[in-house]
Design a protein around this ligand. Structure first.
Ligand code: FPP
Length: 236
């Protein structure tokens, strides 16, 4: 692959867990549980490729509409993932960071998040952003509120605000914008994921369901990315 064509930041909408479970004749929760495996594969993949940021969409602000039993299963899986994977993630230099409003998550889940974020906070080989109770509009609104408060305080001049100032207040600050957003599970929507940060992202859709995603699938996605020509609205 041509040098420079490896993305620095990959973001993934992990869709299809429920359908995967149904295909096996299992309850939806089994699909979410199986969904932990490709998260591991994606982390490994990014580490091997030298990709510096991986953002995965684990739970959206809209996912609260699901039955409480399913919400609880997903929260339990996140917690289990954090306790079982953090030692290895830490040993491999991965920094775990949650993006989204975690203040309303169940206490046990928040404890697992603090544990993982704290242990891994100084790592810098790969940042794993786990989007949980995340919504792109809520992300932008939060940034706007912070900037508005600074303006009221007289710390910034509204006229002088730049796009970088907004980016710096988003949950993803410190990571470059995603070069590529992957969505599995055959739907072709962005679903309120990284809508500011993804303004120029290459969008990659695959019909494969998230639990079925392998390292080869990720390799194929990155290969596809390497063949895209990014023009950012300009000419070749
Ligand atoms: C979408 O599939 C998936 C989710 C809402 C949950 C994602 C959670 C995981 C993959 C668990 C592991 C995550 C981490 C970070 C350890 P869906 O339920 O909408 O599938 P469907 O469209 O087939 O119903």
């Amino acid at each position: 692959m041509e040098e420079g064509k490896i993305p620095k930041h990959i973001a993934i909408i992990m869709d299809g867990n429920g359908r995967w479970a149904k295909k096996q004749g299992l309850a939806r929760g089994y699909g979410h549980r199986e969904g932990m495996k490709p998260v591991r594969r994606a982390v490994e993949f990014c580490r091997n490729k030298g990709i510096s940021c991986l953002t995965v969409f684990a739970f959206s602000t809209e996912n609260w509409k699901r039955p409480a039993s399913e919400v609880n299963i997903i929260m339990g899986i996140l917690r289990e993932y954090l306790y079982s994977e953090t030692p290895e993630l830490n040993a491999n230099g991965v920094k775990v960071r949650f993006i989204g409003d975690i203040s309303v998550l169940p206490q046990e889940c928040r404890e697992a998040i603090y544990y993982s974020e704290k242990i891994t906070e100084k790592n810098d080989s790969l940042t794993l952003n786990i989007a949980c109770n995340y919504g792109g509009r809520a992300d932008i609104l939060r940034a706007v509120k912070t900037l508005a408060a600074k303006a009221v305080q007289g710390d910034i001049e509204p006229e002088e605000l730049t796009e970088d100032d907004v980016s710096a207040e988003l949950y993803t600050s410190g990571c470059p914008d995603p070069d590529m957003i992957i969505r599995t599970g055959a739907e072709k929507r962005i679903s309120n994921f990284l809508i500011w940060q993804g303004a120029y992202s290459e969008l990659y859709f695959t019909d494969k369901l998230w639990p079925d995603i392998t390292e080869d699938d990720l390799e194929e996605a990155v290969q596809w990315y390497s063949e895209r020509q990014r023009r950012y609205g300009g000419l070749k």
